[in-house]
Design a protein around this ligand. Sequence first.
Ligand code: GLN
Length: 191
Amino acid sequence: MATRIGVLALQGAVSEHVHALENSGSQVSLVKNIGDLEGLDGLVLPGGESTMMRRMMDRYGLFEAVKQFAAEKPVFGTCAGLILMAKQIEGRKGPHLSILDIDVKRNAFGRQVESFEADLAIKGISEHYTGVFIRAPYIKSAAANVDVLATYEDHIVACRQGRFLCCAFHPELTSDPAMHRYFVQMVNESR
Ligand code: GLN
């Protein structure tokens, strides 16, 4: 059976992720309710607005369900999705899913720099990757067992911890399939 990856589709950049995953050889379905997680091999948490996405997850009963899913299966969080995965969020009392050993700062590149592109070297993925940053967070620190994959101006912007992958930028907004291919491969290897 082909690999099936779900994209959390409550809010944010969904359809671009779907296309990028399909182009990387995976079957893809949208996750809007608990039942949609059934039979999935991996899950993408897209960019958008983390506080809003959390509210919607609570409303549809998806918060606990996604946490349980993540206890076994690979998850890829991009931008707001990364914030949802972090164990610590600057200025916020509690984390959300709290599955990835990183400490993040939201809207970290300043209000003047709402969005920008940067040429990134991503370890094991691409020597030159155009990162699209939109009101992006960065990772202030990561636990020793977190593999830092990319930095920008000395800040961590992509990392992997076992079955969890995350990046502060929007890989679905570039035509470069490298990040999605890498995640599909992670999911294939975990099956
Ligand atoms: N600033 C958003 C947040 O804090 C994330 C932005 C994004 O996903 N592009 O949730």
